[in-house]
Design a protein. Structure first.
Length: 167
């Protein structure tokens, strides 16, 4: 396979089933989280036989933000690049969260509610907040998400893995 090149502004189409698709856009690289790709996924569902204007897509309502590796999704044939737009929205207001309570070793119980959280904005330092309260509860999960889980969230509105909550 040829080398896959992605850049800020690239728009991708994700087939949800034989009749529907959604779109997302690569909007940043976050040096705070392994220099991973940051995407914004759009809420609108399109018929598989419609090819919307890129401008209409990127001006649509954002459903969620996430870190992922867009190149991997292309190689796995989970999405395809369909265009590029310089319009990426205001990335300074996007807030991510993580916790040191994520994951469990063999025989350990999974922590379902974390009071050991931190938040950050793209390319900014982590801020230790402990429990998520107020606006921090709106922060997106900030781990680098695998492509299959991105597709699952586009389809169902939820990731297909357990991650500590705040309530």
């Amino acid at each position: 396979m040829a080398r896959v090149i992605t850049k800020i502004g690239d728009v991708f189409s994700v087939k949800l089933d034989n009749r529907r698709k959604k779109y997302f856009q690569l909007i940043a690289f976050d040096s705070t989280q392994l220099n991973s790709d940051v995407i914004r996924a759009f809420k609108k569902v399109y018929s598989h036989d419609i090819t919307p204007n890129i401008s209409d897509i990127v001006n649509g309502e954002v459903e969620f933000y996430s870190h992922c590796v867009t190149k991997s999704g292309i190689k796995m044939k989970l999405w395809e690049k369909v265009g590029n737009s310089a319009e990426v929205g205001d990335i300074t207001k996007i807030l991510f969260r993580d916790t040191n309570d994520y994951g469990a070793g063999p025989g350990e119980e999974i922590i379902r509610i974390s009071n050991n959280c931190y938040v950050w904005h793209i390319n900014k330092d982590f801020i230790d907040v402990g429990s998520l309260i107020g606006e921090n509860q709106k922060a997106e999960i900030g781990v680098v998400i695998n492509p299959y889980a991105i597709v699952e969230r586009l389809k169902t509105g939820k990731y297909n893995f357990v991650y500590p909550e705040f309530e």
